[in-house]
Design a binder for this molecule. Structure first.
Ligand SMILES: *Cc1c(COP(=O)(O)O)cnc(C)c1O
Length: 467
């Protein structure tokens, strides 16, 4: 075990030129902690015989420096990394949902790098409201009376329930007691908000009379949730917004609709026509509508609440709003994205919508381009047995349109002499990471969700992972 004595001490390491350089760039305590960690690792490797005990002092010093270098690199890099999405799932919650439109990013950077009028009324020279910023834009686009933006749609639902129905009963159809990924469950959110859930109807059928019969003096709200991530098909019946609104009016009760994704423009040409747009829900009379900023809207994470002025005003006064408030970056990114809806070409300018509405021949030529580049890069690689252009089925994702498959194109790669799971892992830990779909014994890369520059990068990433 005399090899252990040859491991340099912390003081010795600190006098090394590379480490001295680090000390100028980084906090001393941080570097010393990493040196200790590296020494500890080296010691453990020697004790477990993973490292040869006869290594000389200079050899060990070199290994130690390499370890420290790697630790500094990892610790100072940040944990978020770019991922190339080859899954064909447009809104992937695990991959950060919607990539933002370029003008929204520029606007956000401008506001992030300067002071701004977040809560300053420039005209009056007085304190202003951060909620004033996106409100008019949302009103103009949706036709609602008022709007409010909070941290995410879960927060929007929570705030709406707490403001309108704290300690009161909220009537919901059993067919709409949804759970969204990441443990958002309507019944749980309802409990936390202080509202009491009253379930009516059955899983597959709920009628207006079920709501009608459940109304009493304790009732505070009629609630609908879009069943974003599942579909009940077959022998089914759900109450229409218009009908519920009419019932609400008769009984002096507001109707709240959790729309989930929230579509702001007509996507029927893209085949997405069985879901109402936000504007249609406003026109149908829903008093409060909530939806996400980073699903089909194509913006940043946010919860958008639109509806009748009296209810929105009550929500703004709720103390909970302070805890759910959005920061300037969200406001800027959301405004920047919403402005694209005024352009008349949201399908071209908002990445999520562009990916959804891209023409099939464009996808085909993109797949052809990827295929060609892959064939050139991997032509002599014995670990690749086949590369083909294939038709694929893409998805909207993000808990929207669960049963809707969008025909697209991609490239299928078959490997040999390497385990597919192992290959997928190597591609994930590459920089940037590449995530594809594993299908039977091959890897599928759908081109729909590849962004600018991705196609050119992929061949080299695969080659590196194979090596
Ligand atoms: C996605 C979704 C939510 C949660 O929205 P977040 O913005 O992720 O908080 C709530 N309700 C429905 C119906 C949804 O689809």
């Amino acid at each position: 075990m005399n090899g252990l004595q040859n491991i340099p001490s912390v003081d010795e390491v600190l006098s090394n030129a590379l480490i001295k350089g680090y000390l100028e760039e980084y906090n001393r305590e941080f570097i010393v902690t990493l040196i200790r960690k590296a020494i500890d690792e080296l010691r453990k490797e020697m004790l477990s015989q993973k490292l040869d005990n006869s290594l000389t002092r200079p050899q060990l010093a070199k290994l130690l420096l390499e370890k420290i270098e790697r630790l500094v690199e990892v610790k100072t890099a940040g944990t978020l990394s770019k991922v190339i999405n080859g899954t064909g799932v447009i809104l992937h919650t695990n991959m950060g949902r919607a990539p933002l439109p370029k003008p929204a990013i520029d606007y956000m950077v401008e506001m992030a790098s300067n002071y701004n009028n977040l809560e300053l009324d420039l005209l009056q020279g007085e304190r202003g409201s951060r909620y004033s910023h996106v409100e008019q834009l949302l009103i103009d686009i949706t036709g609602a009376e008022a709007a409010l933006v909070v941290n995410n749609n879960a927060a929007a639902v929570m705030l709406g329930l707490n403001t309108l129905a704290n300690a009161k009963e909220v009537i919901v159809s059993r067919g709409q007691l949804v759970e969204i990924g990441g443990a958002f469950r309507i019944p749980e959110v309802m409990k936390l908000s202080g509202a009491r859930l009253v379930e009516v109807g059955t899983t597959n059928k709920t009628y207006l009379k079920d709501f009608e019969e459940a109304i009493n003096e304790e009732t505070g709200l009629l609630f609908m949730a879009h069943t974003s991530n599942y579909k009940i098909i077959g022998f089914t019946e759900e109450v229409k917004v218009e009908e519920l609104v009419k019932l609400g009016r008769t009984n002096n009760l507001p109707v709240m609709y959790d729309l989930g994704s929230g579509i702001l423009c007509d996507l029927s040409k893209e085949g997405l026509d069985d879901e109402p747009t936000v504007q249609q829900c406003v026109a149908a009379g829903a008093d409060i509508i909530t939806f996400s900023g980073d699903k089909l809207l194509g913006g940043p994470q946010a919860g958008i609440i639109i509806g009748k002025k009296e209810y929105i005003e009550a929500m703004k006064k709720n103390q909970l709003t302070r805890a759910l408030r959005v920061d300037k970056l969200t406001i800027a990114a959301l405004e920047g994205t919403l402005i694209e809806y005024l352009s008349g070409k949201p399908q071209e300018n908002i990445p999520v919508l562009a990916m959804l509405s891209i023409k099939n021949d464009k996808l085909h030529s993109k797949a052809q381009e990827l295929l060609n580049l892959l064939k050139i890069e991997l032509k002599d690689n014995l670990k690749v047995s086949r590369i083909d252009l294939v038709a694929v089925e893409d998805m909207v994702g993000g808990g929207a349109y669960p049963t809707y498959y969008i025909p697209g194109y991609g490239v299928e790669i078959k490997f040999q002499g390497i385990n597919l799971e192992e290959m997928a892992k190597r591609l994930r830990i590459n920089t940037p990471a590449l995530v594809g779909r594993l299908q039977d014994d091959s890897m599928l890369l759908s081109v729909r969700t590849l962004l600018d520059g991705d196609v050119e990068q992929i061949p080299n990433l695969i080659n590196r992972a194979l090596g």
